[in-house]
Design a protein around this ligand. Structure first.
Ligand SMILES: *[C@@H]1O[C@H](CO)[C@@H](O)[C@H](O)[C@H]1NC(C)=O
Ligand SMILES: *[C@@H]1O[C@H](CO)[C@@H](O)[C@H](O)[C@H]1NC(C)=O
Ligand SMILES: *[C@@H]1O[C@H](CO)[C@@H](O)[C@H](O)[C@H]1NC(C)=O
Ligand SMILES: *[C@@H]1O[C@H](CO)[C@@H](O)[C@H](O)[C@H]1NC(C)=O
Length: 329
């Protein structure tokens, strides 16, 4: 109903911005010269950084979002932010001789590593402070992985064919399993509550419960001395072998498939998963209105009435701004 009184016309416009889900799965891997990533959805391979020395393993801090790489002959463990669209700049975390394998405890922001020359498992804060020896192996310590749930560090050493573990304070050491080969890498799967490892001499990829019982062979790769790092991604396990990255389903008896091949040897491997997250998820509710006598403006007001914005200044006075569903009062 129109009259000569000042009037308001109003429209309730609910702008809904849909939720967009982002999910990314990538593999990071290292060769003698570079760290690269493979997008597991698209297969696109990208150089992340050149490090000009062997990097045997890769660790990730899920909380602060940094990749840690031990640069074996450079005697440093470096880190860089990841994901990262810019040029990667390394930041030195700690200087240490022949850093071999790395692992990261995001809950406490602690970096752990095995020292090939020192014979020790060491720890420091993510800024390099508070350098601590967890345990002196008196042999070459090799792979290590952190069971942050039940607080054991699983590791292996060059002088024995055993799966070993030590408490985070270094006070209690145990032999979990005596095996027939050195272990070149170990991972904990918190979903299945199992430990996975790669046997260096035999190429057997195996798993067991935390206490060492129920040993299963995931796959006998028959690759001797040339398999390296392993990682777990959902239902699959990934491993590096010569210049290849392969994946195989966790359940025993499946056939591995090649994910990627380089022209040179591949050492370190890290499965990276961007958890499902809402990149944009908002519902905005505004009340849009105009007022006949008040100067050709369209306003909008939030439902709570707290925010009033002049949307547009019109050249002419207008009675109907919105084409559909507007209501004049
Ligand atoms: C690494 O070095 C190669 C050869 O020098 C160069 O082509 C490449 O762009 C470098 N990659 C990065 C990420 O710096
Ligand atoms: C390094 O990190 C520790 C633990 O978070 C903190 O207490 C210390 O102040 C930091 N040191 C420097 C120099 O930032
Ligand atoms: C492993 O072997 C060592 C040395 O023979 C032995 O003392 C230990 O009991 C064995 N442990 C397991 C879990 O088999
Ligand atoms: C090992 O752990 C499993 C699962 O927790 C348990 O059922 C089994 O009895 C344990 N075996 C030994 C020898 O402790």
């Amino acid at each position: 109903m129109r009259s000569n009184h000042p009037w308001l016309y109003m429209q309730l416009l609910i702008s809904t911005v849909c939720c967009i889900y982002g999910r990314e799965e990538k593999l990071l891997f290292s060769t003698e010269y570079t760290v690269k990533e493979i997008d597991l959805d698209t297969g696109v391979v990208k150089d992340l950084a050149n490090h000009s020395t062997i990097v045997y393993s890769i660790a990730y801090d899920v909380k602060e979002r940094y990749v840690y790489i031990p640069r074996f002959y450079e005697a440093v463990i470096d880190r860089f932010p990841y994901p990262n669209d810019q040029t990667v700049n390394f930041e030195i975390v700690v200087s240490t001789n022949y850093p071999y394998y790395v692992a990261f405890d995001s809950g406490n922001s602690h970096l752990y590593w095995t020292g090939y020359a020192s014979g020790k498992i060491m720890r420091c804060n993510s800024n390099g402070s508070d350098l601590t020896t967890i345990v002196d192996i008196s042999s070459i310590p090799m792979a290590l992985t952190l069971d942050t749930h039940t607080r054991w560090i699983y590791y292996s050493k060059a002088s024995s064919n055993a799966l070993l573990r030590v408490t985070f304070d270094g006070k209690e050491k145990q032999v979990v399993l005596n095996l027939t080969s050195q272990l070149i890498d170990i991972e904990v799967d918190f979903v299945d509550k199992r430990i996975y490892w790669m046997e260096y001499y035999t190429g057997d990829f195996k798993s067991a419960l935390y206490n060492g019982s129920d040993v299963k062979t995931v796959v006998s790769t028959n690759v001797k001395f040339n398999n390296r790092e392993i990682d777990i991604g959902n239902e699959y396990v990934f491993y590096t072998s010569y210049n290849n990255i392969l994946k195989v389903h966790k359940s025993s008896g499946q056939i591995p498939t090649v994910v990627h091949t380089e022209s040179i040897l591949i050492y370190g491997l890290l499965f990276y998963k961007q958890e499902d997250r809402n990149i944009l998820c908002s519902v905005e509710k505004w009340i849009y209105f105009g007022e006949e006598l008040s100067n050709r403006q369209i306003y909008r007001l939030t439902f709570a009435g707290k925010e009033l914005t002049v949307m547009i200044q019109l050249k002419k006075q207008t009675t109907c701004v919105f084409g559909i569903g507007n209501t004049n009062y």
